[in-house]
Design a binder for this molecule. Structure first.
Ligand code: ADP
Ligand code: MG
Length: 606
């Protein structure tokens, strides 16, 4: 079967995907980024394409071409004023068609786009170890015939035969297997680097039809970067009113820092920065908070939602008639963007596949099907790795076991280990090992406001819920007080099938060791509890046991302590059992029974 790869030829970034034995995945070299910035820079030694070109962009603006996709299949008339905003030079070829002039040479947008495709193709060939001749390439739903034809030409120049051109939103819906459903309406919200698109697809008989599209060709993550960069400038000028940022180095520095602050704020409530301007030698340190970022971009997010309302009106659909919402584009990773989309559509969007990969993956699946492949891989219909929380001593308590089909829901009750604990940290992990140090952290939250109680008395119910989209919601409720807290996470974000398999294999390999480690931790905890029980009821022992018996108990406690220092779980168990035998006479009275109960009890503590 001749492979047909899928290529997402983006305005900002391009990448490709295919169906491997384990299912569809982007094609990336180990340790390298899977995306190629859609940027090229002309140098004395020829074209630089991708990341290097992007970095040289600000210092070498006239020779650096970005956003070439906006020029594909367009003539001067259609582009209007836009050509004047570009730092590189546009010239008119015959019949209003355009070319880009670099030095002495002129290039059509198709030729330039071909450079990006060549780079993507070459990288894929290096990873796969085979030559690639055919591809499915995606384009925005609103691309007209001329733009689609230009895309085909670009592929031909890059030595690729186009098996099919498909719409980006359609590719995203295919990636989620939505084409396997019978019928319905899918909204695809795509917020990339420089453009926003909303598309409504209608599915019937496994075929998607684009019923309406809307968007903004001048709105995207670049604008968020600019907002952050402007805020940084303002901060700096407050301290240093004479600071200027017009030289290329300062511009580059600001833009790069703004983007990395933005990206970090998708995963953390604040981002600290340390800027050092080489020209002036000035340095500025500070912290950017997510609230500030959110207020900077909120107006722009509102604009995208207005487009969503518009497109629904155009499609003559009420928002309730949208059955599925799919997120596409790097900028939809931003939590506030997700939140606003969810509240607009009244349902959680599909996010289980990385939004920057989803179009390429859908195109890869389409290519696989066109090449005669079958769609017998299942996308996230089971939970591949156990999900659970950290319990005392760094142990991993599984709440949902691996291989459970989704949607799934499980709960378990835990208690505390310390008296008067008024808050509890819930640390969420996934993995197949016994200790959290060998598992993958997914998130954490605090359950606060628990009234002071003795240890072991609070009842904390932890509920794990994985919905049909693979999104995990974890909640914790203290049953006696009714206090509740919860968090939402995407468990398999960024994990490939291959990594999942490696994690499972690792767990087999370490099974015995892990078991011993875990028992050791648990027996040590039991021992601590037993010691506490004995100390608490020592009065009783003084009245009911002989001096000899009490000495024996003390001696045995010492032996247990020594075993607790060791690494042998079974040896510790033997010593603990001996202590149990010695304290058995205490069972005749109430407090003594409590001690024995402690010995047998094995409830998990958070
Ligand atoms: P395009 O479809 O235009 O080629 P992409 O889908 O690749 O664009 O999105 C690129 C944009 O996504 C950039 O502005 C980039 O800064 C932004 N982006 C990527 N990752 C994140 C993240 N974790 N948080 C916020 N923005 C991100
Ligand atoms: Mg895109």
């Amino acid at each position: 079967m001749e492979r047909i790869i899928g290529i997402d030829l983006g305005t900002t970034n391009s990448l490709c995907a295919t169906v491997f034995e384990d299912g569809p995945e982007v094609i990336e070299a180990a340790g390298a980024s899977s995306t190629t910035p859609s940027v090229m820079s002309w140098t004395d030694s020829g074209w630089l394409v991708g990341q290097e070109a992007r970095e040289s962009g600000i210092t070498n603006p006239e020779n650096t071409i970005f956003s070439i996709k906006r020029l594909m299949g367009r003539d001067l008339n259609e582009l209007g004023d836009y050509v004047n905003q570009l730092p590189y030079q546009i010239v008119e070829a015959q019949r209003q068609l355009i070319k880009v002039r670099i030095g002495e040479n002129e290039y059509t947008p198709q030729e330039l786009s071909a450079e990006i495709l060549k780079k993507v193709k070459m990288q894929a060939e290096a990873v796969l170890g085979e030559t690639i001749q055919k591809a499915v390439i995606t384009v925005p739903a609103y691309f007209d015939d001329a733009q689609r034809q230009a895309t085909r030409d670009a592929a031909r120049f890059a030595g690729l035969e186009v098996a099919r051109i498909i719409n980006e939103p359609t590719a995203a819906a295919i990636a989620y297997g939505l084409d396997e459903k019978k019928e319905g309406h899918v909204a695809v919200y795509d917020l990339g680097g420089g453009t926003f698109d909303i598309s409504i697809l209608k599915l019937s008989g496994k075929i998607f039809k684009v019923v309406a599209t809307h968007g903004n060709t001048q709105l995207g993550g670049d604008d968020f970067d600019k907002a952050v960069a402007d805020a940084l400038k303002e901060r700096i000028q407050k301290i240093n009113p004479d600071a200027t940022f017009d030289d290329p180095e300062s511009k580059l520095l600001l833009k790069q820092n703004a983007e990395s602050i933005k990206t970090e704020l998708s995963f953390s409530p604040e981002s600290s920065y340390s800027l050092e301007f080489p020209k002036t030698g000035l340095t500025f340190d500070g912290v950017f908070k997510v609230d500030e970022f959110e207020s900077l971009i909120s107006q722009m997010i509102e604009q995208t939602l207005e487009s969503c309302s518009h497109v629904l009106r155009e499609a003559k659909l009420a928002v309730e008639q949208i059955d599925e919402v799919v997120l596409v584009g790097g900028s939809t990773v931003i939590p506030i963007v997700r939140k606003k989309i969810e509240s607009f559509f009244g349902k959680p969007p599909h996010v289980a596949i990385d939004p920057y990969k989803v179009v390429a993956i859908g195109a890869g699946i389409q290519g696989h099907l066109l090449a005669g492949g079958r769609r017998d891989f299942l996308l996230l219909d089971v939970i591949p790795l156990a999900l659970g929380i950290e319990t005392l001593g760094g142990t991993f308590s599984k709440i949902i076991t691996g291989n459970t089909t989704i949607p799934a829901e499980e709960s378990e009750t835990f208690t505390t280990n310390v008296d008067n604990q008024t808050s509890i940290d819930v640390n969420i992990f996934q993995g197949e090992r016994e200790l959290i140090k060998d598992c993958r952290a997914l998130g954490q939250f605090k359950l606060r406001g628990i009234p002071p109680m003795k240890s072991g008395y609070p009842l904390v119910e932890v509920l794990f819920c994985v919905d049909a989209n693979g999104i995990l919601t974890v909640s914790a409720t203290e049953k006696r007080s009714g206090q509740k807290a919860e968090i939402e996470v995407i468990p398999f974000h960024g994990l490939t099938q291959f990594e999942i398999e490696r994690i499972i294999e690792d767990s087999y390999e370490h099974a015995l060791d892990d078991f011993n480690q875990r028992q050791l931790i648990e027996f040590r905890q039991t021992a601590e509890r037993v010691f506490r029980g004995i100390e608490q009821s020592w009065d009783v022992a003084e009245n009911s046991l002989s001096g000899n018996e009490r000495t024996e108990i003390r001696k045995q406690m010492e032996s247990v302590r020594q075993s607790m220092q060791g690494q042998d779980a079974q040896a510790l168990k033997v010593q603990l059992d001996l202590l149990g035998d010695l304290t058995r006479p205490l069972a005749d009275n109430a407090i003594g029974r409590k001690i024995l109960a402690e010995l047998q009890e094995n409830e998990s503590v958070i």
